[in-house]
Design a protein around this ligand. Sequence first.
Ligand SMILES: [Zn+2]
Length: 324
Amino acid sequence: MERRTAAFAHFFRRCALKKQGKWTGQLGYPQFKTKKKGLGSFRLTGSIVVSEKAIVLPRLGRLPLKEREYLPTKGVQILSAIVSEEAGHWYVSVQMEEEQAVPENIGPVVGIDLGVKSLATLSDGTVITNPRHLKRRLKKLKRLQRVVSRRKKGSKNRKKAVRRLAKLHRQIRHQRSNTLHQVTTRLAKTKSVLVIEDLHVSGMLKNHRLAQAIGDVGFYEFKRQLLYKASWYGARVVLADRWEPSSKRCSGCGWLDEDLILADRTFHCERCGLVLDRDLNAAINLEQLAGSFLGQSKRLWSRWLWHEAQASGETGGEEAGTKR
Ligand SMILES: [Zn+2]
Protein backbone atom coordinates (compact mmCIF):
# COMPACT_ATOMS: atom_id res chain seq x y z
CA MET A 1 0.00 0.00 0.00
CA GLU A 2 2.83 2.28 0.76
CA ARG A 3 4.06 2.38 -2.78
CA ARG A 4 0.62 3.13 -4.04
CA THR A 5 0.19 6.15 -1.78
CA ALA A 6 3.64 7.36 -2.71
CA ALA A 7 2.74 7.14 -6.38
CA PHE A 8 -0.48 9.10 -5.81
CA ALA A 9 1.35 11.66 -3.68
CA HIS A 10 3.77 12.24 -6.58
CA PHE A 11 0.92 12.38 -9.03
CA PHE A 12 -1.08 14.99 -7.10
CA ARG A 13 2.01 17.07 -6.38
CA ARG A 14 2.84 17.11 -10.10
CA CYS A 15 -0.77 17.97 -10.97
CA ALA A 16 -0.57 20.98 -8.68
CA LEU A 17 2.76 22.03 -10.17
CA LYS A 18 1.40 21.66 -13.67
CA LYS A 19 -1.45 24.04 -12.87
CA GLN A 20 1.14 26.60 -11.90
CA GLY A 21 3.07 25.84 -15.03
CA LYS A 22 6.05 24.56 -13.08
CA TRP A 23 5.88 20.92 -14.22
CA THR A 24 6.96 20.25 -17.79
CA GLY A 25 7.69 16.53 -17.53
CA GLN A 26 5.38 13.59 -18.13
CA LEU A 27 2.23 13.38 -16.11
CA GLY A 28 0.27 10.17 -15.87
CA TYR A 29 -2.17 8.48 -13.55
CA PRO A 30 -0.39 5.87 -11.39
CA GLN A 31 -0.53 2.40 -12.85
CA PHE A 32 0.27 -1.03 -11.53
CA LYS A 33 3.08 -2.94 -13.10
CA THR A 34 1.98 -6.18 -14.72
CA LYS A 35 2.50 -9.27 -12.61
CA LYS A 36 2.65 -11.53 -15.63
CA LYS A 37 5.90 -10.30 -17.11
CA GLY A 38 9.33 -10.86 -15.64
CA LEU A 39 10.85 -8.31 -13.40
CA GLY A 40 12.95 -6.99 -16.24
CA SER A 41 16.11 -5.21 -15.23
CA PHE A 42 17.57 -2.38 -13.23
CA ARG A 43 20.80 -0.44 -13.26
CA LEU A 44 23.08 0.22 -10.32
CA THR A 45 25.85 2.76 -10.10
CA GLY A 46 28.37 3.33 -7.37
CA SER A 47 31.10 1.17 -5.98
CA ILE A 48 31.05 -2.18 -7.74
CA VAL A 49 33.68 -4.76 -6.91
CA VAL A 50 34.10 -8.01 -8.79
CA SER A 51 36.04 -10.88 -7.27
CA GLU A 52 36.54 -14.32 -8.73
CA LYS A 53 33.51 -15.88 -7.11
CA ALA A 54 31.23 -12.98 -6.30
CA ILE A 55 30.18 -9.47 -7.11
CA VAL A 56 29.57 -6.75 -4.55
CA LEU A 57 26.83 -4.39 -5.62
CA PRO A 58 25.61 -1.21 -3.95
CA ARG A 59 22.52 -1.80 -1.80
CA LEU A 60 22.49 -5.53 -2.58
CA GLY A 61 25.81 -6.52 -1.07
CA ARG A 62 27.83 -9.57 -1.94
CA LEU A 63 26.23 -11.93 -4.44
CA PRO A 64 27.90 -15.22 -5.34
CA LEU A 65 28.34 -15.82 -9.07
CA LYS A 66 27.35 -19.08 -10.66
CA GLU A 67 29.35 -18.59 -13.83
CA ARG A 68 32.97 -17.71 -13.16
CA GLU A 69 35.56 -15.77 -15.15
CA TYR A 70 33.05 -13.89 -17.23
CA LEU A 71 33.43 -10.55 -15.51
CA PRO A 72 36.68 -8.58 -15.49
CA THR A 73 38.28 -8.56 -12.05
CA LYS A 74 41.53 -6.66 -12.40
CA GLY A 75 42.64 -3.27 -13.59
CA VAL A 76 39.34 -2.00 -14.97
CA GLN A 77 37.07 0.72 -13.79
CA ILE A 78 33.50 -0.54 -13.58
CA LEU A 79 31.03 2.25 -14.23
CA SER A 80 27.71 0.53 -13.64
CA ALA A 81 26.00 -2.83 -13.41
CA ILE A 82 22.71 -4.04 -14.83
CA VAL A 83 20.88 -6.78 -12.98
CA SER A 84 18.25 -8.62 -15.00
CA GLU A 85 15.94 -11.54 -14.60
CA GLU A 86 14.70 -13.95 -17.22
CA ALA A 87 12.45 -16.91 -16.40
CA GLY A 88 13.86 -17.41 -12.92
CA HIS A 89 17.50 -16.85 -13.79
CA TRP A 90 19.31 -13.76 -12.63
CA TYR A 91 22.07 -12.08 -14.61
CA VAL A 92 24.47 -9.27 -14.01
CA SER A 93 26.36 -7.35 -16.66
CA VAL A 94 28.85 -4.61 -16.02
CA GLN A 95 29.76 -1.56 -18.02
CA MET A 96 33.43 -0.68 -18.06
CA GLU A 97 35.85 1.50 -19.90
CA GLU A 98 38.96 0.08 -21.47
CA GLU A 99 41.45 1.27 -24.04
CA GLN A 100 41.37 -1.22 -26.88
CA ALA A 101 44.02 -1.52 -29.54
CA VAL A 102 42.40 -2.30 -32.90
CA PRO A 103 44.38 -5.05 -34.60
CA GLU A 104 45.41 -4.83 -38.24
CA ASN A 105 43.00 -6.86 -40.30
CA ILE A 106 44.46 -8.49 -43.40
CA GLY A 107 41.54 -10.78 -44.19
CA PRO A 108 39.82 -10.96 -47.59
CA VAL A 109 36.85 -8.95 -48.86
CA VAL A 110 33.64 -10.89 -48.62
CA GLY A 111 30.01 -10.42 -49.61
CA ILE A 112 27.40 -11.90 -47.30
CA ASP A 113 23.94 -12.86 -48.39
CA LEU A 114 21.70 -13.34 -45.41
CA GLY A 115 19.08 -15.89 -46.15
CA VAL A 116 16.15 -17.85 -45.04
CA LYS A 117 17.25 -21.26 -46.20
CA SER A 118 20.73 -20.90 -44.76
CA LEU A 119 21.78 -18.30 -42.24
CA ALA A 120 24.36 -16.73 -44.50
CA THR A 121 26.13 -17.42 -47.77
CA LEU A 122 29.56 -15.90 -48.27
CA SER A 123 30.91 -14.90 -51.66
CA ASP A 124 33.85 -17.29 -51.21
CA GLY A 125 31.31 -20.11 -51.27
CA THR A 126 31.09 -20.82 -47.55
CA VAL A 127 27.59 -21.59 -46.42
CA ILE A 128 26.69 -21.02 -42.79
CA THR A 129 23.75 -23.24 -42.10
CA ASN A 130 20.80 -22.12 -40.12
CA PRO A 131 20.52 -23.98 -36.84
CA ARG A 132 16.79 -23.41 -36.76
CA HIS A 133 16.48 -23.60 -33.01
CA LEU A 134 12.96 -22.39 -33.18
CA LYS A 135 11.76 -24.85 -35.76
CA ARG A 136 13.28 -27.79 -33.94
CA ARG A 137 11.57 -26.83 -30.73
CA LEU A 138 8.38 -25.53 -32.22
CA LYS A 139 6.52 -28.74 -31.52
CA LYS A 140 7.48 -28.68 -27.87
CA LEU A 141 6.64 -24.99 -27.69
CA LYS A 142 3.21 -25.58 -29.12
CA ARG A 143 2.55 -28.37 -26.68
CA LEU A 144 3.56 -26.26 -23.70
CA GLN A 145 1.43 -23.41 -24.95
CA ARG A 146 -1.52 -25.77 -25.16
CA VAL A 147 -0.90 -26.96 -21.62
CA VAL A 148 -0.95 -23.37 -20.38
CA SER A 149 -4.22 -22.58 -22.09
CA ARG A 150 -5.86 -25.72 -20.66
CA ARG A 151 -4.99 -24.86 -17.07
CA LYS A 152 -7.48 -22.85 -15.07
CA LYS A 153 -6.72 -19.15 -14.89
CA GLY A 154 -5.15 -18.08 -11.63
CA SER A 155 -4.37 -21.65 -10.59
CA LYS A 156 -1.06 -22.92 -9.31
CA ASN A 157 -0.81 -25.46 -12.10
CA ARG A 158 -1.18 -22.71 -14.68
CA LYS A 159 1.66 -20.84 -13.03
CA LYS A 160 3.82 -23.95 -13.20
CA ALA A 161 3.01 -24.42 -16.89
CA VAL A 162 3.75 -20.77 -17.60
CA ARG A 163 7.12 -21.19 -15.92
CA ARG A 164 7.95 -24.21 -18.06
CA LEU A 165 6.99 -22.33 -21.21
CA ALA A 166 9.08 -19.32 -20.19
CA LYS A 167 12.05 -21.62 -19.61
CA LEU A 168 11.79 -23.04 -23.12
CA HIS A 169 11.52 -19.54 -24.57
CA ARG A 170 14.65 -18.58 -22.67
CA GLN A 171 16.57 -21.57 -23.99
CA ILE A 172 15.60 -20.80 -27.57
CA ARG A 173 16.52 -17.16 -27.16
CA HIS A 174 19.92 -17.97 -25.69
CA GLN A 175 20.79 -20.55 -28.31
CA ARG A 176 19.84 -18.18 -31.08
CA SER A 177 21.87 -15.39 -29.58
CA ASN A 178 24.86 -17.66 -29.09
CA THR A 179 24.88 -18.82 -32.72
CA LEU A 180 24.65 -15.27 -33.96
CA HIS A 181 27.49 -14.09 -31.74
CA GLN A 182 29.75 -16.92 -32.85
CA VAL A 183 29.13 -16.21 -36.53
CA THR A 184 29.53 -12.44 -36.33
CA THR A 185 32.69 -12.67 -34.23
CA ARG A 186 34.27 -15.11 -36.64
CA LEU A 187 33.41 -12.93 -39.63
CA ALA A 188 34.64 -9.68 -38.08
CA LYS A 189 37.90 -11.33 -36.99
CA THR A 190 38.75 -13.03 -40.27
CA LYS A 191 37.52 -10.64 -42.99
CA SER A 192 38.69 -7.11 -43.66
CA VAL A 193 35.67 -5.86 -45.60
CA LEU A 194 32.16 -7.24 -45.19
CA VAL A 195 29.40 -6.29 -47.57
CA ILE A 196 25.85 -6.94 -46.47
CA GLU A 197 22.54 -5.95 -47.88
CA ASP A 198 20.77 -3.41 -45.74
CA LEU A 199 17.50 -5.28 -45.64
CA HIS A 200 14.23 -3.62 -45.01
CA VAL A 201 13.35 -6.06 -42.28
CA SER A 202 10.09 -4.60 -41.05
CA GLY A 203 8.74 -4.61 -44.60
CA MET A 204 9.77 -8.23 -45.09
CA LEU A 205 8.25 -9.25 -41.78
CA LYS A 206 4.84 -8.30 -43.11
CA ASN A 207 5.08 -11.29 -45.38
CA HIS A 208 3.96 -13.96 -42.94
CA ARG A 209 5.44 -16.94 -44.69
CA LEU A 210 8.86 -15.34 -44.39
CA ALA A 211 8.27 -13.72 -41.03
CA GLN A 212 9.08 -16.68 -38.83
CA ALA A 213 12.24 -17.63 -40.65
CA ILE A 214 13.53 -14.07 -40.66
CA GLY A 215 12.66 -13.59 -37.02
CA ASP A 216 14.60 -16.78 -36.36
CA VAL A 217 17.74 -15.55 -38.03
CA GLY A 218 17.60 -12.04 -36.61
CA PHE A 219 18.76 -9.92 -39.54
CA TYR A 220 18.76 -6.71 -37.61
CA GLU A 221 20.77 -8.19 -34.78
CA PHE A 222 23.23 -9.67 -37.27
CA LYS A 223 23.88 -6.24 -38.74
CA ARG A 224 24.14 -4.59 -35.32
CA GLN A 225 26.69 -7.12 -34.03
CA LEU A 226 28.70 -7.03 -37.23
CA LEU A 227 28.97 -3.25 -37.06
CA TYR A 228 30.31 -3.03 -33.54
CA LYS A 229 32.53 -6.09 -33.79
CA ALA A 230 34.02 -4.80 -37.03
CA SER A 231 35.16 -1.71 -35.17
CA TRP A 232 36.79 -3.92 -32.54
CA TYR A 233 38.68 -6.13 -34.97
CA GLY A 234 39.61 -3.57 -37.60
CA ALA A 235 37.18 -4.69 -40.30
CA ARG A 236 34.92 -2.51 -42.42
CA VAL A 237 31.25 -3.09 -43.10
CA VAL A 238 29.73 -1.89 -46.35
CA LEU A 239 25.95 -1.64 -46.30
CA ALA A 240 24.59 -2.15 -49.79
CA ASP A 241 21.53 -0.22 -50.77
CA ARG A 242 18.48 -2.31 -50.11
CA TRP A 243 17.22 -1.67 -53.65
CA GLU A 244 20.41 -3.03 -55.18
CA PRO A 245 19.18 -6.08 -57.11
CA SER A 246 21.80 -8.43 -55.70
CA SER A 247 19.83 -11.61 -56.27
CA LYS A 248 18.48 -10.66 -59.70
CA ARG A 249 21.78 -9.65 -61.28
CA CYS A 250 24.10 -12.15 -62.94
CA SER A 251 27.41 -11.94 -61.12
CA GLY A 252 29.23 -12.87 -64.33
CA CYS A 253 27.87 -10.42 -66.89
CA GLY A 254 25.41 -8.14 -65.13
CA TRP A 255 22.28 -9.40 -66.88
CA LEU A 256 19.12 -8.83 -64.85
CA ASP A 257 16.63 -11.62 -64.32
CA GLU A 258 13.45 -9.65 -63.82
CA ASP A 259 11.36 -12.79 -63.45
CA LEU A 260 13.35 -14.25 -60.55
CA ILE A 261 11.09 -15.24 -57.69
CA LEU A 262 11.93 -16.31 -54.17
CA ALA A 263 11.25 -19.96 -54.95
CA ASP A 264 14.03 -20.04 -57.58
CA ARG A 265 16.96 -21.46 -55.68
CA THR A 266 19.32 -21.49 -58.63
CA PHE A 267 20.27 -18.56 -60.80
CA HIS A 268 20.33 -19.22 -64.55
CA CYS A 269 21.80 -16.48 -66.71
CA GLU A 270 20.19 -16.29 -70.13
CA ARG A 271 22.97 -14.16 -71.57
CA CYS A 272 26.23 -15.82 -70.50
CA GLY A 273 24.95 -19.18 -69.30
CA LEU A 274 26.10 -18.86 -65.71
CA VAL A 275 24.43 -21.34 -63.40
CA LEU A 276 24.92 -20.65 -59.73
CA ASP A 277 23.27 -21.09 -56.39
CA ARG A 278 20.96 -18.12 -55.92
CA ASP A 279 22.43 -17.03 -52.58
CA LEU A 280 26.01 -17.42 -53.75
CA ASN A 281 25.25 -15.29 -56.81
CA ALA A 282 23.84 -12.59 -54.54
CA ALA A 283 26.84 -12.76 -52.22
CA ILE A 284 29.27 -12.37 -55.15
CA ASN A 285 27.31 -9.35 -56.36
CA LEU A 286 27.63 -7.84 -52.91
CA GLU A 287 31.34 -8.47 -52.87
CA GLN A 288 31.68 -6.76 -56.25
CA LEU A 289 29.91 -3.76 -54.80
CA ALA A 290 32.75 -3.55 -52.31
CA GLY A 291 35.11 -3.70 -55.28
CA SER A 292 33.52 -0.64 -56.83
CA PHE A 293 33.41 0.88 -53.39
CA LEU A 294 37.10 0.34 -52.73
CA GLY A 295 38.21 0.62 -56.33
CA GLN A 296 39.38 -2.93 -56.75
CA SER A 297 38.18 -6.26 -58.04
CA LYS A 298 40.42 -9.22 -57.47
CA ARG A 299 38.47 -12.41 -57.43
CA LEU A 300 37.20 -12.74 -60.95
CA TRP A 301 39.38 -15.77 -61.62
CA SER A 302 38.16 -17.89 -58.73
CA ARG A 303 34.56 -17.21 -59.62
CA TRP A 304 35.15 -18.41 -63.16
CA LEU A 305 36.86 -21.53 -61.88
CA TRP A 306 33.78 -22.23 -59.83
CA HIS A 307 31.58 -21.56 -62.82
CA GLU A 308 33.49 -24.00 -65.01
CA ALA A 309 33.47 -26.70 -62.35
CA GLN A 310 29.75 -26.23 -61.97
CA ALA A 311 29.17 -26.51 -65.71
CA SER A 312 31.11 -29.75 -66.01
CA GLY A 313 29.27 -31.25 -63.08
CA GLU A 314 32.33 -31.79 -60.91
CA THR A 315 30.87 -30.09 -57.91
CA GLY A 316 27.53 -30.63 -56.38
CA GLY A 317 25.75 -29.01 -53.54
CA GLU A 318 26.59 -25.93 -51.61
CA GLU A 319 29.92 -26.89 -50.07
CA ALA A 320 31.52 -27.02 -53.48
CA GLY A 321 32.40 -23.37 -53.52
CA THR A 322 34.47 -23.49 -50.37
CA LYS A 323 37.51 -24.60 -52.36
CA ARG A 324 39.50 -21.58 -53.33
ZN1 LIG B 1 25.47 -13.71 -67.10
